[in-house]
Design a binder for this molecule. Sequence first.
Ligand SMILES: N[C@@H](CCC(=O)N[C@@H](CS)C(=O)NCC(=O)O)C(=O)O
Length: 284
Amino acid sequence: MTRAGHRWENAGMAINNTITLFDLQFASGCTTSPYVWRTKYALKHKGFDIDLVDGGFTDILERTGGRSDRLPVIVDEDRWVLDSMVIADYLDQRYPHRPLLFPCPAYKPAMRFLDSWIWNTVISAWFENYIADYHALSRAEDQPYVRETRTMFVSAATLEEAQAGREDRLPHLPARLEPLRKLLQETPWIGGDTPDFWDYSALAIFLWLSSLATIPPLTEDDPLRDWLDRGFDLFDGIGRHPGLHSLFGLQLRPGDPEPFERGGIGQAVTPTNVGPGAPVQPRK
Ligand SMILES: N[C@@H](CCC(=O)N[C@@H](CS)C(=O)NCC(=O)O)C(=O)O
């Protein structure tokens, strides 16, 4: 459910099992922020309908009545909650009888680890390689702000210079995701037999990428595709907005590295321990 032009004064009546979520969108209307994406999944995991408040970057303060310049923000009845992790904690504390987002104490630190691993491994690199697209895909009224704020984070003088030459850099990135591929060879979801907040958090990062990937970052045959497709299909196709781009179809050129390990090399369990150890006692 979407309500364009929504204002904070009448926001947040969590009636009919519905929680209000302030969205961060590109001109196409698709969500771009990975933190908003993971909050969308979190709300669905808890069984809520989402009352989505449309908007982009430069209207966040106005939309939230001066409460925040960052998203996600939710409103549950009269309670305003800011920050995706705080929101997840809030949802578990207020609705403990619905499926938990943090089912045990070790869960949250492991999620932070997974998050920072993905950010450090690929996201910073992808950020620069798509940063001019990020600007072009933003709403017209957001573009001057996006240019000004994002130029500070890139290693070149302009967003266009930062993105230039990406055809040479993009083929080097998929191989970095091999540990995630290995994990998903063993289990259908990062969370085990069913998807959980670990999956949602990682999927949210790929949905951010999909919101701006005007040229594909992964090859057609990437083994991550199965998990990504299943994850984007969850909750009636939560990740299937028409404004999103396909992640698959990266064209490799002669000399580019292999994008992933083929044939499960390194997966076999060593059958015999031939290292030093106590001599085996003969059976009597
Ligand atoms: N720690 C916050 C991070 C929120 C955040 O940084 N959101 C970004 C979008 S990814 C934002 O609202 N940016 C607004 C802007 O750049 O003006 C969370 O987990 O919710």
